[in-house]
Design a protein. Sequence first.
Length: 313
Amino acid sequence: MPGKQPNLFAFESADALAPALRSYVIECQTAGLARHGVFKLGVSGGSLPKTLAQALLAPPRSADDNVQFDKWEIFFCDERAVPLDHEDSNYGLLKRDLLDRIPAEQGRPLVHPIDTQYLNDTQELADQYEQLLVRSFASRDSVKLPIFDLLLLGAGPDGHTCSLFPGHPLLRESDAWVAPIEDSPKPPPKRITLTLPVVTHAVRVAFVATGAGKKDIMKKIFEEGDGLPCALVNEATGDRCSWFTDNAAVEGVSFPRRSFLLSGTAQGRIPQDEGLILLAFTDLKHREGDEEYQNLFCRDLQHVALADLNNEE
């Protein structure tokens, strides 16, 4: 994989993954609020909303571990052309698993579902959602692409993400922000999706993939690529992309893992800065004798700061 590589974080279980995902999202939230006073993110469906709920609805570990839902603006990376209360609706899934369970004292995010009056015309459905993005991210003429603070994605067993499927002509779409698809290999066939350029221009991209059923496709994504949509996102975003997986999902994958240090555990050791993701970079296969294992890297979009942990014992 050329250039900078994505971050692959593997955890013992989905339960162990949740606190790290929370920490990552909060760091992205902090950076987004510092940039423009709101946290603009896109989410996918599948099992992701349930994992998000487990991560984000947990009690805070510290004063800095605060999910500011009232500052969030949530969009959908893809959506099925179905009513919002339909079992296939990504909005409906997020509403049931997360939105309806947010404590009142944490406020409510601004959520942007599709306009269901256009369910029978996927092109118009996509156009209307694109216009919504235009209104949120400035005018279409002045902004080439919307830049999300964070996109939270899933990975399908065929390597698809959003509703971008392997070998589909939509992967070549370079003008539209949101595109329709009427022949999805996975039902329901009619959907809309963010296009690949929009996905790859996000400030941060995070995939969540768990379970042994993902190990074969994860191996292909990280070791072969083969033009799979998930691999295309990896290649285009490099270290702006992070994968949160359990060990079962990456069994047999030779790509180096990195261990995740929760930001709350590092307070007092490293100056806290907006937008920092606190990571301990570790190649788990070669970590013995590896000097990098003794170091903690603090990364934002512009720099990497190094702190020596040799005296922390």
